[in-house]
Design a protein around this ligand. Structure first.
Ligand SMILES: [Zn+2]
Length: 146
């Protein structure tokens, strides 16, 4: 996304509008606000982090709107949901296929290039289905003393 070179903090309104248009999402003010923030660069943000950043910018977007908008973005494929566990869900602005490394001590999520993970075997599948994607989350923590 070359836009990040011009404004590291937020997309322009026009860029955000273009993104929503390409995914068939009606561009309400709140959706544009959230898209401008989330797609400013490749990042992983939780709904709470987005809400906190929006309130710092004095944007009037309710918690329910943030959750509903992120759900819509995920359903339309605009954003990818990365679910670590029932309490940790991130929204990923990187649209390219990739895996993740999750640091359990800091809560940081890092991208891992697909070529860095080799999956040598998959369970036998019925002929009625095909693999659409494999998402790997590698959970790491500080090494324990031996
Ligand atoms: Zn990612």
């Amino acid at each position: 996304m070359s836009a990040t070179l011009h404004n590291p903090k937020r997309l322009t309104r026009e860029q955000a509008q273009g993104l929503l248009d390409r995914h068939g999402i009606a561009p309400t003010e709140q959706r544009l606000e959230i898209a401008r923030l989330l797609f400013a660069r490749h990042q992983h943000l939780s709904a709470e982090q987005i809400l906190a950043q929006l309130s710092r910018q004095a944007s009037r977007v309710s918690k329910a709107t943030v959750y509903n908008t992120l759900k819509l973005f995920a359903e339309t494929g605009l954003v990818r949901e990365v679910i670590i566990d029932s309490t940790k869900r991130f929204y990923d602005s990187n649209p390219d296929p990739h895996h993740h490394l999750f640091h359990t001590d800091s809560g940081r999520l890092e991208d891992v290039a697909p070529a860095q993970v080799k999956i040598s075997d998959l369970p036998g599948l019925s002929s009625a289905v095909e693999v659409l994607g494999v998402d790997v989350v590698i959970r790491v923590g500080p090494r324990r003393p031996q």
